[in-house]
Design a protein around this ligand. Structure first.
Ligand code: NI
Length: 150
């Protein structure tokens, strides 16, 4: 595995829309492994492929230590409620903002074996799912930020 360089805010790459994964090649699997290593090394709880310079619809999330959720072509299929909490991004280290997000979401995605699955999460997991799915459409948390953190 390898730790990858993270693209930072201000780079136009982060505003691009990522393309769906049509075939899970060994290269995609390696990318996912490297994204997990990078996320952990940087102390984050989520990372999208665009953040390491790859415009593919892939994200990894680890809100609960040891429980990595790998999302390929994710789509949020349900959401409910509302939460207003602090949010940050590995592409904007040391900065945080207050955002409004759904309290709970359900996402449908493919795993690295090409199997479709659904996962539901609330609170931090729901925020992370929304945040990472936004990245795949070139959206950043500052777009939904109510105000910066004091
Ligand atoms: Ni981010």
């Amino acid at each position: 595995m390898a730790k990858l360089k993270i693209v930072k805010f201000g780079d136009p790459m982060l505003r691009k829309v990522s393309r769906p994964v049509t075939e899970i090649t060994p290269r995609i699997v390696t990318l996912i492994d490297d994204m997990i290593e990078t996320m952990r090394a940087e102390g984050g709880c989520g990372l999208a492929a665009v953040q390491v310079g790859v415009l593919r619809r892939i994200a990894v999330i680890e809100v609960e230590e040891g429980n990595v959720i790998e999302l390929i072509n994710p789509k949020i299929i349900a959401f409910a409620g509302e939460q207003t909490e602090q949010e940050g991004c590995l592409s904007n280290p040391g900065e945080y903002g207050i955002t409004k997000r759904p309290k709970a979401v359900t996402v449908r995605a493919m795993n690295r074996h090409g199997e479709e699955f659904e996962v539901s999460g609330s609170d931090l997991l729901a925020r992370a799912i929304c945040h990472e799915c936004d990245h795949l459409d070139g959206k950043l948390y500052i777009d939904v930020q109510i105000r910066p953190l004091d």
